[in-house]
Design a binder for this molecule. Structure first.
Ligand SMILES: *[C@@H]1O[C@H](CO)[C@@H](O)[C@H](O)[C@H]1NC(C)=O
Ligand SMILES: *[C@@H]1O[C@H](CO)[C@@H](O)[C@H](O)[C@H]1NC(C)=O
Ligand SMILES: *[C@@H]1O[C@H](CO)[C@@H](O)[C@H](O)[C@H]1NC(C)=O
Length: 213
């Protein structure tokens, strides 16, 4: 008994030493939306071929764009489904493989206590994103909501100590991976919850969010 105890203590000592030596010199703990959602996503690029810059979710940015360029949106709507409706059918295959860490982490939801979002609404968010041809910026060590409607949110979280601005269309492909791989059927609807990382120390998260959305 005493020997077992000593053995266990010795093992614990070794494990804690390993952890000390393995600890990174900088705090690289992941940022999570619940504590790190600061500021707005910063969009720079074009919508329907027109230069545009604005901050917020893609839904609010597109609403601002529509207000300023009603004719551009009307002529787009004349021969397309309105942006944000219907299935996202953007072909991102050229961008898909780049720096993704696959498969997505669906178990993150259980670990962080996240609640699932309705998949149809996330798909609408993906459809908004693929019409934002440009970059979706996020500040250092923070998360921004790049899309939110009807309590379904897509976040971009940046673990780096500097700001980054990935392509919005590329980020859409992450949300699409999540609806494909981290979805389930419950109470008559398809739901999605999960997180997918990029090797550049950022990640995309899909979960329920009823705050101003
Ligand atoms: C967006 O936010 C950034 C950083 O806060 C600011 O510098 C920029 O002027 C804002 N852009 C617009 C179009 O409001
Ligand atoms: C997407 O584009 C790639 C390369 O251009 C093509 O091979 C593929 O068939 C396209 N997929 C769809 C669904 O259109
Ligand atoms: C949920 O919908 C997505 C399409 O957005 C589909 O890929 C996925 O298979 C569906 N999941 C379930 C469990 O039906």
């Amino acid at each position: 008994m005493a020997q077992t105890m000593i053995f266990v203590l010795a093992m614990l000592a070794i494990i804690s030493m390993v952890e000390v030596f393995a600890a990174p010199s900088q705090d690289l703990s992941p940022v999570i939306p619940e504590t790190h959602t600061h500021g707005d996503m910063e969009f720079k690029g074009t919508i329907h071929g027109v230069d545009f810059q604005a901050n917020g979710t893609v839904e609010s940015i597109y609403a601002q764009f529509t207000k300023q360029h009603p004719n551009v949106v009307a002529s787009f709507n004349a021969d397309h489904l309105p942006v944000g409706t219907g299935q996202s059918n953007g072909n991102n295959s050229a961008l898909v493989a780049r720096n993704k860490i696959l498969p997505p982490n669906c178990a993150a939801c259980g670990a962080w206590g996240w609640v699932a979002a309705e998949t149809d609404t996330i798909n609408d968010g993906v459809n908004y994103l693929i019409h934002h041809a440009g970059t979706c910026g996020v500040g250092p060590r923070s998360c921004v909501r790049i899309s939110c409607s009807y309590s379904a949110a897509i976040y971009l979280c940046n673990d780096n100590y500097y700001g980054i601005a990935p392509s919005c269309v590329y980020l859409a492909s992450y949300a699409k991976d999540l609806t494909n791989d981290c979805s389930f059927w419950d109470a008559g609807a398809n739901w999605t919850c999960g997180q997918e990382f990029d090797t550049d120390a950022y990640n995309v998260i899909v979960h329920y969010d009823d705050h101003n959305c």
